[in-house]
Each structure stands twice: as structure tokens, then as C-alpha cells.
Design a protein around this ligand. Structure first.
Ligand code: SF4
Length: 462
């Protein structure tokens, strides 16, 4: 039975109208959603009059209940226009296999099945942002961040569908679960509003974003957006633009669809920087590692990326001395680093992890040999990297200032698009040429590159 309509008291908090239909199980779902709404500061009402949005919890058990639910949705759409549907009817398929509610009422904002408090809340957040009261809330709108104020990590998914033999992450964190795209974009928006100038997209496998939900269409800002890497990057680039902020992508596997991101990089929507954990280059070693995208022709792919976006910087990590690695396989890895011109490379000597499948692979190499190969690898990688850094001398680059005491009159420390925080190099900023020029932590400056120092550049703010 539908509850009797009742007007809610006037309040400054956004109001969510709630229509609850169906059995006691549906009622407990309604209670959970109402509790969560109130805990987050929304005002709730048992009618849709004057509400900012209406949630209809439906029943799909018998024909009469289906009809009543569909009528209630239609009524709410007519009276209010912004409707989220949840409950059993939301899970029903209609003719031809599509979602029944969407077929009958294509204007609804979101549809979920039963027991979906979080999904319903995600949809509410997308369309009626969570109220925030700085005098009452202990948590700022952008959440608590452990990074400096001007950069932040944005996690887009948790877990991983791969089973690399040296890794135990999937056994700890499970298979890939992508965050709803509207949630991710909402968080990005709040971070930019809070002053973040560099957003670092992280996950275990960024290219796989949305695979688990079959690239489901979510909503952001009232518009449909697919839960997919390209659409996510495109939207993040749009959100970053008014703030002049950077979007940097980490943990991207070289699948063919990553090629679509390159034009976004060439247009400056996301940074022309890709963190691709190759781990090795020889096909046999990659097979033993069970690496994702191991069958891809990575060298050719990298060449194509460089053609599409010549300024692209590629960072990667590698493992030297993996079980069974022959000298020839290791040399193939060195050739790859040279030919692929990896800008920033890190390398670990293989080290067994408790519970990892690689521990059982034949041909474990002595520790000394693993270390020796790591050192040889780093010598080659540093040669490549140093040559590439040298090519930047004379260029003027945009630099995000990480540290600038005394307004940077004596210089400071920053990073260019080629440097992710913590893992890459830096730009050592000399005192500005003009006495009037100041530097501020968390702001951008232009710098003329005048030299290199190891992994770092040296620049003069201009
Ligand atoms: S190393 Fe492999 S299994 Fe582990 S998180 Fe990365 S892709 Fe997944």
C-alpha cells in the first residue's frame, strides 16, 4: 500500500519524496534508504509535492502490483519529473530483454533492483548533491585526504580480474568492482572545487574500468555517461578544464581501446602521461607472469601512441629475474626499454610473495643474479631517461609548484606533466628571473628548463 501523502515541513535541506510500495521486505529496504537519507542530512517526505527528487520503491510480484508500481512512477514523473526507481520491479526485464521500467518510463533518472541502498544513494547524490553543513559535518565535502591540498588520488575501482602469478592482490581484494561513474565524477568535482590542481586516477587496472558492470550507463549532471575508461577520461577532462587542473592516469594496461584516449591527451584534456606497468617484454616471461594484455604488440602500440601524441611520457615498472628468465629473455627486456624509449622506468628484482603462484614456477634464480639483472636494467633505463630529459633543456614547461618557501624568491620544487608525485622526478626551480615574480605552493608557473640533475630538471620560473 502506498503511504498517505503528507507535506513535509519547510526546510533548507534538499527534500527527497518517498513512495513505498510492496511487501515487508520492500518496506525494510525503504527504511534503510530513508535512514541513510536522513543520516546524510536530506529531508524526507512521504509525498512528491515540493520534493527535489522522488524515489519510488516498487513491487513486481503480481500483475496488479506491477500496474500499481508503474502508475506510481508515472504519477511521480508527471508531478515532479525527477524520479529514481528501486525495488523488485526495477529488476524485471521487459519485452526483448531490456529493463521493463525503462521501457515503460524512459524518463526515470535511475533504476535499481531490491536491496540496493548504496546504488539508490549513488543516484540521489548525482541528482541532488549531498547537503553539507560546515558547522555540523566533521568531514569536509571532498572527504579526508592525506595528500597535500593541491593533488589527490581518485580511486575508480577496487580489485582485479587478472591473476598475475607474482601477485596476491585479487585474493585479498577480490575481482574488479568499478565505482559508479556518477560517484567518481562527483568526487572529482568536489576535489577540484576544494582546490585540487592535479587528479591522479588510480585503480588496479584503469583500462578495465566498467568491465564488471558491462560498461553500464550511469548519470552525471543529469546526462547519461557510460562506465568506461574513455567516457570517464573525457568527463574528467571537462571537469578539470575550468580549474586549469591536470588529470593523470595510472595503471593503464595497453589494450587496444586505450588508443582512444590518445586524442584526449593530444587535445590537452588529460595529461599526455601514461603509467603502464609492463613488468616485462618477452612473450614467454609475460605468459609465465600471466600478465594482462601480454599478447599485445606493445612496441607497435607505443609507436602508434607516440605518433598520435608526440609529447606522451610513458612510465612503467618491470621485474628482473622472474622465475625461469633466461639471459636471452632478459636481454629482450633491455632491448624493449631502449626501443620503446620508456621515459620513466622502475625495476624490482623478483621477490617471492607468500601465497603467489609464481613461487611454484620452475627455474627460481639466485638472489644475486636477480639483483645483478635489476642493476643492469636500471643502467639502461637511466641512460634512456637521461637522454630524454636532456631533450627538454631549452623548452618552457608548465610546472605545478609543490614547495615554495618565502613566495619562491629563493626558488622551490615543482613537477611538470612528465612527473607524477612520489614516483617520478621533479623540477628544481631556481629563483625567478623577475623580482616581481612569486611562486605559491599548489599553483602553476611556467619555467624555462636550463639543465638536468639525475632524474630531475632544473628550471627558471618565467
Ligand atoms: S599485478 Fe596483475 S593480478 Fe595483481 S593487481 Fe595488477 S593486474 Fe591484477
Amino acid at each position: 500500500m502506498r503511504d498517505n501523502p503528507r507535506m513535509s515541513p519547510p526546510t533548507a535541506a534538499p527534500t527527497i519524496g518517498f513512495v513505498s510500495l510492496g511487501c515487508p521486505k520492500a518496506l525494510t529496504d525503504s527504511e534503510l534508504i530513508l535512514t541513510q537519507l536522513q543520516a546524510e542530512g536530506y529531508s524526507t517526505s512521504k509525498t512528491y509535492d515540493g520534493a527535489d527528487l522522488v524515489i519510488v520503491n516498487t513491487c513486481g510480484f503480481i500483475d496488479d502490483a506491477v500496474r500499481e508500481s508503474l502508475d506510481a512512477i508515472g504519477e511521480a514523473l508527471d508531478a515532479n519529473g525527477k524520479v529514481i526507481v528501486t525495488g523488485c520491479l526495477g529488476a524485471r526485464t521487459g519485452d526483448g530483454g531490456g529493463n521493463l521500467v525503462r521501457q515503460m518510463h524512459p524518463k526515470v533518472l535511475a533504476v535499481t533492483g531490491p536491496h540496493a541502498t548504496q546504488e539508490v544513494m549513488d543516484a540521489v547524490h548525482q541528482h541532488v548533491p549531498k547537503p553539507h553543513d560546515p558547522f555540523v559535518d566533521l568531514v569536509p565535502a571532498q572527504g579526508i585526504k592525506l595528500t597535500p591540498r593541491h593533488y589527490a588520488y581518485l580511486k575508480i575501482s577496487e580489485g582485479c580480474n587478472h591473476r598475475c602469478t607474482f601477485c596476491i592482490i585479487p585474493s585479498m581484494r577480490g575481482d574488479l568492482v568499478s565505482r559508479p561513474v556518477g560517484d567518481v565524477l562527483g568526487e572529482a568535482q568536489r576535489l577540484f572545487e576544494a582546490g585540487v590542481k592535479e587528479l591522479l586516477v588510480v585503480s588496479q587496472d584503469t583500462s578495465a574500468y566498467g568491465v564488471d558492470v558491462k560498461y553500464r550507463t550511469g548519470f552525471w549532471d543529469g546526462k547519461p555517461v557510460k562506465t568506461r575508461m574513455f567516457e570517464l577520461c573525457e568527463q574528467l577532462g571537462r571537469l578539470a578544464e575550468p580549474y586549469g587542473a591536470w588529470v593523470r592516469l595510472h595503471y593503464v594496461y595497453p589494450y587496444p581501446h586505450v588508443d582512444e584516449i590518445l586524442p584526449l591527451m593530444a587535445e590537452g584534456r588529460v595529461l599526455p602521461y601514461l603509467d603502464v606497468p609492463f613488468q616485462h617484454a618477452h612473450p614467454e616471461v609475460l605468459k609465465r607472469m600471466k600478465r594482462p594484455a601480454s599478447g599485445e604488440r606493445n612496441l607497435e602500440r607505443l609507436q602508434r601512441w607516440r605518433e598520435a601524441c608526440p609529447q606522451i611520457v610513458v612510465r612503467s615498472t618491470f621485474i628482473a629475474g622472474f622465475p625461469g628468465e633466461t639471459e636471452a629473455e632478459f636481454e629482450a627486456l633491455l632491448d624493449f626499454v631502449r626501443e620503446a624509449q620508456i621515459d620513466r622506468a622502475g625495476c624490482f628484482a623478483y621477490s617471492p610473495v607468500d601465497g603467489a603462484a609464481a613461487n611454484a614456477i620452475d627455474g627460481q634464480l639466485p638472489q644475486a643474479l636477480r639483483e645483478e639483472r635489476r642493476a643492469r636494467f636500471m643502467a639502461v633505463a637511466e641512460e634512456v631517461s637521461a637522454r630524454k630529459l636532456q631533450q627538454r633543456v631549452g623548452a618552457t614547461m608548465q610546472v605545478l609548484v609543490d614547495h615554495a618557501p618565502a613566495l619562491g624568491r629563493k626558488g622551490g620544487i615543482g613537477r611538470s606533466y612528465a612527473d607524477a608525485p612520489e614516483i617520478d622526478g621533479q623540477v628544481r626551480l631556481l629563483p625567478p628571473e623577475k623580482a616581481s615574480k612569486t611562486l605559491k605552493t599548489g599553483e602553476f608557473t611556467r619555467a624555462r628548463i636550463v639543465g638536468t640533475e639525475g632524474h630531475d630538471l632544473v628550471g627558471v620560473p618565467v
